[in-house]
Ligand binder design. Structure first.
Ligand code: 5GP
Ligand code: ZN
Length: 113
């Protein structure tokens, strides 16, 4: 997707604070952090949202969570952290390239807003 913000970040056409990358996934600091640690973890494949994903995407969807866990351990978020995947405008999605939020470093309320 030529006009997708996160595809451009993944291809380093737009700068970001990259914290992890491999052949399938890249992760970078959120520009407007909602917690002391706020990282966005994306598949390189342009999926709009979970609704756009298929069975063939199962492995990479699982890997997003595992990368989040490794980043949380590396950042010593021992007291807890949250992973969030907003799907659709009604759920707060504003960038339509699937991404998992990793939030940590503060207390979180339940239910989420
Ligand atoms: P969503 O609302 O779609 O779940 O999350 C999109 C996230 O992308 C937001 O938290 C927003 O702050 C972040 N974001 C939007 N534009 C940019 C950008 O250009 N660079 C970075 N690093 N984050 C961005
Ligand atoms: Zn994209």
């Amino acid at each position: 997707m030529d006009d997708c913000l996160f595809c451009k970040i993944g291809k380093k056409k737009i700068p970001s604070k990259l914290v992890y990358e491999d052949e399938e996934i890249f992760a970078f600091e959120d520009i407007q952090p909602q917690a002391p640690h706020h990282i966005l973890i994306c598949p390189r494949k342009h999926l709009i949202s979970l609704t756009d994903a298929n069975d063939e995407d199962a492995a990479v969807l699982g890997k997003l969570q595992l990368v989040a866990a490794k980043l949380a351990v590396a950042r010593n978020l021992t007291d807890g952290y949250r992973t969030v995947l907003n799907n659709g405008r009604g759920a707060g999605q504003s960038v339509f390239h699937l991404h998992l939020h990793l939030l940590g470093g503060r207390d979180f309320r339940w239910p989420p807003g």
